[in-house]
Design a protein around this ligand. Structure first.
Ligand SMILES: Cc1cc2nc3c(=O)[nH]c(=O)nc-3n(C[C@H](O)[C@H](O)[C@H](O)COP(=O)(O)OP(=O)(O)OC[C@H]3O[C@@H](n4cnc5c(N)ncnc54)[C@H](O)[C@@H]3O)c2cc1C
Length: 445
C-alpha cells in the first residue's frame, strides 16, 4: 500500500485524562492480550517500558462511547479480533448522563434533514443502512422498556445504564475486548499497520478507528484527540464550536429577568433562517430549554435570536378582540392567559406602559403584539463546551468515505461519530448518528 502516514503523534497533555500517572511499573495482570470478552481496568502510566510485548489486533477502536462500542460490536461479529479502548474509567459516560439519565437513544422521525454538516449528503448512506428501527429492534431484543416522550424521541423507561449494559453484552457476545483507563500517548503508522503507545502496552492493528467524540463536557473525558490524529494524517478539520447549549446573558439582561429563573414558555425561536417551536426556560445564567438549545446550533456570536412568545396566536387580532370583549381588563391579565402570570407581569413592566385594554389605540396594540411575537434578543455568549451536548464542526467529511468511513488519505484509518463534521438536532439524532456511523464502519474495518 502506498501512502504517506505523516509520522507519529505525541498526544498533548490536554488531550489526556489521567486518573493518576507517574509510575513506570506495570501492575501485574493489569492487561491481557487476549480477545477475551471482559471489561479490563488498567492503571495509567505515562512512561512505557520499551520491553512491553506488542499486542496485535485486527481492529482497534479508540473511544468506548456510542459510536466506538457500536463499531466494536459489528467488527467483532465479523470475526475480527477487536479491541475498544477508552481513557475514562467507565465506558459510555455520555450515554449514562444523556436524556436526564434515561438516554434519548434515537428518534422515530430521523431523516438526513435533522443533521448539520458542510456536506449535507454525507450522513445519508449510513443512516439508511442502520436506521432508528434497527436500533429499536436491538433495544427490544434486550428487553429494555422504552417510551416516546414527545416528537418521536425515544427514552428508556428505566436508566441509561441499560443501554450501556446492552452494548457491553453485545461486545461480549461478539468477542470484542473493551479496556478502560487506557490512555494513548502516540499513534504511528508503519507499513500498513498502526502502532499505538498506550498507558500500559504497545498495540498494533490493521484498522484503526477514531471514535473519540467532540469537545463537550471535558469533565466527562472529552478531548480533542480525534482532531489531533486527523491533522497528523493531513486531514482537514473544520473549526469547532459548542452547540445544543444554553445562552448566557449579560448583567443588564439578567437584571431585567431577575426572579424569572425556572419560568418556561412555549415559544417559536428563530435565527439564521431556522425556527424551532418548543419551550424556552429562564435560568439564573440566561436562557435554556429545548427551543434555545436547538437554535444555538444555528447561532453565531453577534447574532440576535427572535422569540415569538405567542406561537399559536395572531396576537394583534386577539388583543383587538379582547379589547371589545373585556375593555376593563389589564393587558398583563390577558397575556397571563398564555404566559405565566409572573412572566407576563415582568415583560409588561419592561416593554409596555400598562393600561386597561380599552385605553390602547390599535397602533399601540400592534406595537405590543409585535414586541411579544418578534422579541429580538442578542445573547452575548453560550455556556460553551462545559454544558454543551454536542460539538459543531470537526473533521471534514470529504476526507472520509460515506460508505466505509475510511479516510481517503490514510488507508486503514477510520473516523466515526461526533468527531466528524455531522451534528444532529436535539432529540435522539446524535445517538442515531453514532450508532449508524459505528455500524457502517464495523462492516469494513
Ligand atoms: C449531557 C449530554 C446529554 C446528551 N443527551 C443526548 C440524548 O439524550 N440523545 C442524543 O442523541 N444525544 C445526546 N447527547 C449527545 C451524544 O451524547 C453524543 O452525540 C454521542 O455520545 C457521540 O457519540 P461518540 O461515540 O461519537 O462520542 P462519545 O459518546 O462522546 O464517546 C467518545 C469516547 O471517547 C473517549 N475519549 C475521548 N478522548 C479520548 C482519548 N484521548 N483517549 C481515549 N479515549 C478517549 C471518551 O472518554 C468517550 O468515552 C448528549 C450529550 C451530552 C453531553
Amino acid at each position: 500500500m502506498e501512502w504517506n502516514p505523516g509520522g507519529s503523534l505525541a498526544i498533548p497533555d490536554s488531550a489526556r485524562l489521567h486518573p493518576g500517572y507517574g509510575g513506570v511499573n506495570l501492575a501485574a495482570g493489569s492487561t491481557r492480550a487476549t480477545n477475551s470478552p471482559v471489561l479490563i481496568r488498567s492503571p495509567s502510566y505515562i512512561n512505557l517500558p520499551a520491553n512491553l510485548p506488542l499486542q496485535h489486533f485486527d481492529v482497534i477502536i479508540i473511544g468506548a462511547g456510542a459510536a466506538g462500542l457500536m463499531c466494536g460490536i459489528e467488527a467483532g461479529k465479523r470475526g475480527r479480533k477487536t479491541l475498544v479502548v477508552d481513557h475514562a474509567n467507565k465506558v459510555g459516560k455520555k450515554i449514562l448522563m444523556s436524556g436526564g439519565g434515561r438516554c434519548n437513544f434515537t428518534n422515530m422521525f430521523t431523516e438526513p434533514d435533522n443533521f448539520l454538516s458542510a456536506n449535507e449528503h454525507f450522513c445519508k448512506s449510513a443512516l439508511s443502512r442502520f436506521t432508528q428501527w434497527d436500533y429499536i429492534a436491538l433495544v427490544e431484543k434486550h428487553g429494555i422498556p422504552y417510551h416516546e416522550k414527545k416528537l418521536g424521541q425515544l427514552f428508556c423507561d428505566g436508566k441509561a445504564k441499560d443501554i450501556v449494559k446492552m452494548l457491553l453484552k453485545e461486545c461480549e457476545d461478539a468477542g470484542t475486548e473493551v479496556r478502560t483507563e487506557c490512555s494513548i500517548h502516540k499513534v504511528t503508522a508503519k507499513d500498513d499497520k498502526y502502532l499505538l503507545g498506550t498507558s500500559d502496552a504497545h498495540l498494533s492493528c490493521d484498522s484503526l478507528v477514531i471514535a473519540t467524540g467532540g469537545l463537550s463536557i471535558p469533565t466527562m473525558g472529552a478531548t480533542g484527540f480525534g482532531y489531533e490524529v486527523a491533522r497528523q494524517f493531513g486531514l482537514q478539520v473544520f473549526p469547532t464550536r459548542a452547540a445544543l447549549v444554553p445562552f448566557t446573558l449579560n448583567d443588564h439582561q439578567l437584571k431585567q429577568f431577575e426572579g424569572l429563573s425556572g419560568t418556561s414558555a412555549d415559544a417559536r425561536v428563530s435565527c439564521n433562517g431556522m425556527s424551532f417551536r418548543e419551550n424556552i426556560l429562564f435560568t439564573h445564567r440566561g436562557l435554556s430549554g429545548p427551543a434555545i438549545l436547538q437554535i444555538s446550533s444555528f447561532w453565531n456570536p453577534g447574532d440576535a435570536i427572535t422569540i415569538n412568545l405567542f406561537p399559536e396566536l395572531e396576537l394583534f387580532e386577539h388583543l383587538k378582540a379582547m379589547q371589545l370583549q373585556r375593555p376593563k381588563a389589564e393587558l398583563h391579565t390577558i397575556l397571563a392567559e398564555t404566559l405565566t402570570k409572573h412572566l407576563s407581569q415582568r415583560l409588561c413592566e419592561l416593554w409596555v406602559k400598562e393600561k386597561k385594554l380599552a385605553d390602547y389605540s390599535h397602533a399601540a396594540l400592534k406595537e405590543i403584539a409585535d414586541k411579544f411575537q418578534n422579541w429580538q434578543l442578542k445573547p452575548p455568549a453560550t455556556e460553551g463546551y462545559r454544558t454543551a451536548e454536542v460539538t459543531i464542526g470537526g473533521i471534514d467529511t470529504d476526507e472520509v468515505s460515506s460508505k466505509t468511513f475510511e479516510t481517503k488519505k490514510a488507508p486503514g484509518l477510520y473516523f466515526i461519530g461526533e468527531v466528524l463534521d455531522v451534528t444532529g438536532h436535539l432529540g435522539g439524532f446524535n445517538f442515531q448518528w453514532a450508532w449508524a456511523s459505528g455500524h457502517a464502519a464495523g462492516q469494513f474495518v
